[in-house]
Design a protein. Structure first.
Length: 713
């Protein structure tokens, strides 16, 4: 079995590379976009650069005048595979986006491998391979390549199912370590809403097993036992959540039954061709389950063996109900704020994909075990093989020429033709033996892989033209004059804003080590939002534009530089304003850098007459100052007031007061003082101690379970 897994893993890795070849060297022509490039990658760059500088990133000073980094679960900083990625590129000056893409694609590969090992316990090799393909290369998995946290949680789902099956089969609780590990890794992957999906479907899957209540109870205990494994992330995240603006997330979706069926069964009913607008056809998600799943469903209906499918059908029913909740269910969830502010309906489609994979494996295994006595004639074998090969190569040709496939009813017809051709070849492979059967199996795998690839890779929902790494030079900021960049670099303790977002996006400042009072993050603190609304309204739930004509706002937040795109409406306004001066070239540059001439640093005496300030240490987690004053007073640091910040004056702890509703201040007596502000949350230290002990216990349990399994217990 071990050699089989190694072989399947190696071949699956090759297939995964072929699947995503247009993203990868030497063919790279597209890249992943949306959240992974605009939000998650800057977080990874920030964390990696912090480690390279010898710092453990706890605080993110780059946006919103500082927010917790360690408490931002979306950063997935404590997710073990993230550290493997860092180790792989450690010798590079920065982490390339291409490395993050490879990290994402390796999750797809590992999801396939875990799913195969789970399904292999339910049937034969080919059924397991095709079932794993129906999970790892399914529509929802490929849709979520733009959302690493969701993809990560989905990857570990088969590990939990595998543990449930082993526990039921052996009548032993020890294999449930897999459920605990899957739960912990799913949470650490960075998206708690997806973790909730895994927890729910694990319990439902156990209820559908032959041990029902006993199995579900064991799984529930394993899920509770998993909490200490990830409490190192949970505690700081709970602190961050206690400060953030909470928004209800669970509600009724717009996906009707017809739209769902078309999304699951027809790969391009909704137009997912490259170049299509990204805001069209409500309900048009890419959820395609693939030809193997369609065949298995048809076979299950034909055979009328409902008992074999109770477990996946129960899982499907619950997942679809939670993904498309009726009003009564929405009302019930609203009464539990922890769920209402976290759980999201469409994440439950990942559970649908897992149950579709199980149906695929069960159905195909039953199909291959139902082999008749007849033998396929050579002409039927040859014709079926040629027809499927030509059809598949034709799809590859269309994909290579731009991927403009038929939509709507024509897409349904073409899916039907492909399904018939696949069914004929599956029939031929079942009714033949030896080399001919192996060739038919190889052709089936090629056709299935082709079907998943051409409709799931390089589509508008997960690919755009270009290369992110080429857009970002090793030095400076693309499109900004070097003089402006050097000025910001030399004064990086001041803040930068983008005028009406006509330039760099606020989250992109993380890439270059700069800070801005603006931002884009779900962990936006409520106190900060209230402080900002004193000056300007929020344009969205997370985005506001700094009023660059308001001296009070600019000085309060320590803004010294304003970036504005060359030629937009506000560019000549700033050029004519005597409070600003242009740094660098005026022409032949994408984005101008203006210096605000009356800037105040984001640290100061509340009363400017109180004394002088000299910064002597400046990192996101630690700020030190030398202060001199003849009269004393309040010293203000325009960094968010947050649990975990500590202040010391001449080595003695002092209390931090809230200033301006969202920032920090301390009181000082007259004289010379050395002041230190440091972010060291107790939650991280406590959580790390508990998680280390929990991981040690898990490793002992894994060892014991492995020995028992090797003895056949």
């Amino acid at each position: 079995m071990r050699n089989e897994r190694l072989l399947v893993g190696a071949l699956a890795l090759i297939a995964t590379y072929a699947f995503f070849c247009e993203y990868l060297p030497p063919f790279k022509r597209v890249h992943l976009w949306s959240d992974i490039s605009g939000y998650h990658y800057p977080l990874q760059r920030y964390a990696f650069q912090s480690l390279k500088e010898g710092r453990f990133p706890l605080w993110d000073s780059s946006i919103y005048c500082g927010i917790t980094f360690i408490g931002n679960v979306n950063a997935a900083f404590l997710y073990p595979p993230t550290w493997l990625m860092y180790a792989a590129v450690w010798r590079l000056p920065r982490i390339p986006f291409k490395a993050y893409e490879i990290f994402t694609f390796l999750h797809v590969w590992f999801a396939f491998l875990l799913c195969y090992m789970w399904l292999r316990g339910r049937g034969g090799k080919l059924a397991g391979i095709l079932g794993a393909a129906a999970f790892a290369f399914t529509g929802d998995m490929l849709w979520q390549t733009a959302h690493p946290g969701v993809l990560g949680a989905m990857t570990w789902m088969p590990l939990g199912f595998w543990g449930v099956d082993e526990s039921v089969e052996r009548r032993d609780w020890r294999p449930l370590w897999k459920v605990a590990a899957a739960s912990a890794l799913s949470f650490l992957a960075g998206y708690p809403a997806a973790w909730i999906v895994n927890c729910v479907i694990f319990v439902v899957y156990a209820l559908g097993s032959r041990r029902h209540i006993r199995a579900a109870t064991g799984v529930s205990v394993a899920l509770l036992a998993s909490v200490p494994l990830f409490i190192v992330q949970l505690l700081p995240s709970m602190e961050a959540r206690s400060m953030m603006v909470l928004e209800p997330k669970y509600g009724h979706e717009d996906y009707g039954l017809g739209a769902l069926l078309r999304s699951f069964f027809v790969p391009n009913w909704f137009d997912f061709n490259p170049g299509h607008a990204t805001d069209f056809e409500p309900g048009g998600m890419y959820l395609y389950v693939g030809l193997p799943a369609l065949f298995a469903i048809a076979w299950a209906v034909w055979r009328h063996k409902g008992g074999a499918y109770v477990q996946p059908v129960l899982g499907l029913a619950v997942a679809l109900l939670l993904a498309n909740p009726p009003k009564a269910l929405v009302d019930a969830v609203e009464r539990v704020p922890a769920l209402d502010y976290t759980m999201m309906p469409f994440n439950f489609y990942s559970a649908v994909a897992a149950m579709a994979a199980l149906i695929t494996a069960i159905g195909l295994n039953d199909f291959f075990e139902s082999r008749g006595n007849g033998v396929m004639p050579d002409w039927a074998l040859l014709c079926s093989a040629i027809a499927l090969a030509v059809w598949s190569l034709g799809k590859v040709w269309i994909w290579h020429r731009g991927g403009l496939f038929a939509t709507g009813a024509r897409a349904t017809l073409q899916t039907g033709i492909a399904l018939v051709l696949l069914a004929l070849c599956l029939w031929c492979s079942r009714q033949t033996i030896g080399r001919r059967s192996s060739l038919m199996v190889a052709l089936v795998l090629f056709a299935v892989g082709t079907d998943y690839m051409v409709f799931g890779s390089g589509r508008w929902f997960n690919a755009v033209q270009g290369d992110v790494d080429k857009q970002q030079p090793l030095y400076g900021i693309g499109g900004i004059d070097d003089a402006g960049y050097r000025a910001m670099l030399e004064n990086r303790h001041y803040r930068v804003v983008t005028d009406d977002l006509a330039g760099l996006h606020p989250s992109e400042y993380r890439l270059f080590g700069f800070a801005t009072p603006e931002g884009f993050d779900p962990f936006l603190p409520a106190q900060y939002k209230q402080a900002i609304q004193h000056w300007v309204p929020f344009q969205t739930n997370r985005v506001f534009y700094t009023d660059v004509q308001n001296d009070s706002m600019l000085q309060t937040f320590g803004v010294r530089y304003v970036l504005v795109r060359n030629g937009v409406e506000h560019d000549p306004v700033l050029a004519a304003n005597p409070n600003f001066r242009l740094i660098g070239r005026k022409k032949n540059i994408f984005c101008h850098v203006y210096e605000y001439l009356h800037a105040r640093p984001p640290y100061r005496w509340e009363d400017d007459r109180s004394g002088s300030v000299e910064p002597i240490a400046w990192t996101p987690e630690r700020r030190e100052f030398l202060l001199r004053s003849d009269r004393g007073g309040r010293f203000v640091v325009v960094e968010q007031f947050f649990p975990g910040w500590r202040a010391a004056v001449d080595g003695h702890r002092v209390e931090i007061e809230r200033w301006g509703g969202a920032f920090q201040a301390i009181r000082l007596t007259a004289g010379e003082h050395r002041v230190k502000f440091e972010f060291r949350p107790v939650s991280v230290q406590l959580g790390a101690a508990v998680s280390i002990l929990a991981v040690a216990g898990l490793l002992v349990l894994v060892r014991v379970d492995s020995r028992l399994r090797s003895k056949g217990c």
